[in-house]
Design a protein around this ligand. Structure first.
Ligand SMILES: Cc1ncc(COP(=O)(O)O)c(C=O)c1O
Length: 448
């Protein structure tokens, strides 16, 4: 993930601020807003300036900030008990697992393995797939983000150029569809699907299908460019996995919990994986909760075999209490479906921006998960900034800087800006966001 942090006027901060190593940033000269509190779709800095959160933080705070039911559930759990060994049964973990299985994409049911975040969940999904299949290799897409641990960053495709260390052995990459910039020189979506599946079949064949434990995919790619796969692709991957007894893992860390207009993208797209990793929106990021949903037929393997996966904080009861309350709110307030209403607003508002701005090459997305791909030239589709621009680039700095000046937070990678508002956003709030995006595009277009 690339976080665009932009200098603000000097604020005379105490030295402690510069003792924090800020993720994904060159440390020298950093001076982002000091965020002090938040409510709903807004957060506030130390000067009292208000920021509209157009990306739900890192596509995480899906309920907006400070939902009273979730806050109260965490407070109540803190008073009752903050931690219990992961080896014991616990009522909160049990209730969450049962409720979550009820919205999971399998009629046969599922079980939950708890983790603390998305990267840990993906690492664990790989471990589970290897334990079940006793096979070593894992296939992931070049255009993907799976997290920052050594395991998850080995699975991650984007930015491999930036990392001088090789991926862990057994992590194999392939090209997934990207209709706007087809890696397969396809002329339309049907061709893109066919060619991408043919390519994946060849990769599986060359790696030896019998060596492949899992194929891991984001059902809609998130921060690595927000690509919605063309019709038939995920179905084709599912069929390929079935043919070779390869487990299909969906990384739903970003797409889960209503982001695409259903509990999970698997539900919305009608393709069920074998394992599904989740985090972020699970607790609306009020608590650090992640995990892996395991299809019942796969989980049964561990009724007689050792489930050799775990963490001190697996199923941390404060984290799970936050998740349980958030899940109840999603269900009670119909928020899984609300993203479909937001989808209409985004399609229209971002489409209007595309009509007004020559730099907006493509608008794409699903539910409350959209991307704007910025270009120098619409006809040639030349990216506005290089794919591999270390340290960011002047046009994108101008763009995000103007957004922040106008009190709007968003982020993206390279030339793709993501727009993923909280699922509780109102049309009026979103319109404020469109206005700021409009102004920031104008500033960026003049600057470059
Ligand atoms: C699709 C996806 N998977 C995994 C992760 C990693 O999650 P975390 O940062 O909680 O480790 C992210 C984070 O952005 C993500 O977008």
């Amino acid at each position: 993930m690339d976080l665009q942090i932009h200098a603000q006027a000097g604020t005379g901060l105490s030295p402690g601020y510069h003792k924090v190593l800020v993720p994904w940033a060159v440390q020298g000269g950093l001076n982002p807003p000091v965020v002090t509190h938040a409510k709903g779709c807004h957060f506030y800095d130390a000067q009292g300036k208000r920021y509209l959160d157009l990306t739900s933080g890192y596509v995480a705070v899906s309920l907006g900030h400070g939902h009273p039911k979730v806050v109260q559930a965490i407070q109540a759990q803190a008073e009752r008990m903050c931690w219990v060994a992961s080896g014991y049964f616990n009522d909160v973990r049990a209730e969450y697992a049962e409720l979550l299985s009820g919205v999971a994409p399998w009629a046969e049911g599922s079980r939950v393995h708890y983790a603390c975040g998305g990267a840990e969940a993906n690492d664990d999904a790989v471990k589970i797939a290897r334990l079940v299949t006793r096979r070593p290799k894992v296939l992931t897409a070049y255009r993907s983000y799976h997290g920052g641990t050594i395991g998850a960053s080995s699975m991650t495709g984007v930015d491999r150029w930036r990392d001088p260390f090789p991926a862990l052995p057994g992590m194999v990459k392939f090209f997934a569809p990207y209709p706007y910039r087809s890696p397969f020189h396809a002329a339309n979506d049907t061709e893109e699907t066919e060619r991408a599946l043919d390519h994946l079949r060849r990769v599986v064949s060359h790696e030896g299908a019998g060596n492949v434990a899992a194929i891991v995919l984001e059902p809609v790619t998130g921060s690595s460019g927000l690509v919605v796969y063309p019709a038939g692709y995920l179905e084709g991957v599912r069929a390929l996995c079935d043919a070779h007894r390869i487990l299909l893992v969906f990384d739903e860390v970003m797409t889960g919990f209503g982001r695409t207009g259903a509990a999970f993208a698997a539900n919305r797209l009608g393709v069920a994986p074998d394992l599904l990793s989740f985090a972020k929106g699970a607790s609306s990021s009020y608590t650090p909760l992640g995990g892996v949903l395991v299809r019942e037929g796969i989980a049964r393997h561990f009724d007689t075999e050792l489930f050799d996966v775990g963490h001190t904080h697996a199923g941390h009861v404060l984290a799970v209490a936050g998740g349980l309350a958030a899940l109840k709110v999603y269900i009670e307030e119909g928020l899984f479906e609300r993203a479909r209403e937001i989808e209409g607003w985004l399609r229209q508002g971002l489409g209007e921006l595309q009509a007004r701005h020559r730099s907006v090459g493509d608008v794409r997305g699903l539910g409350a998960m959209f991307g704007l791909e910025l270009v120098r030239d619409r006809a040639s589709r030349e990216p506005l900034v290089e794919w591999h621009h270390p340290g960011g680039s002047a046009p994108m700095k101008a763009f995000y800087g103007e957004l922040l000046r106008r009190g709007v937070h968003a982020y993206g990678r390279y030339n793709v800006v993501i727009v993923t508002p909280p699922l509780v956003i109102t049309k009026a709030e979103l319109d404020e966001g469109f206005e700021a995006l409009d102004a920031a595009l104008t500033v960026m277009e003049v600057a470059c």
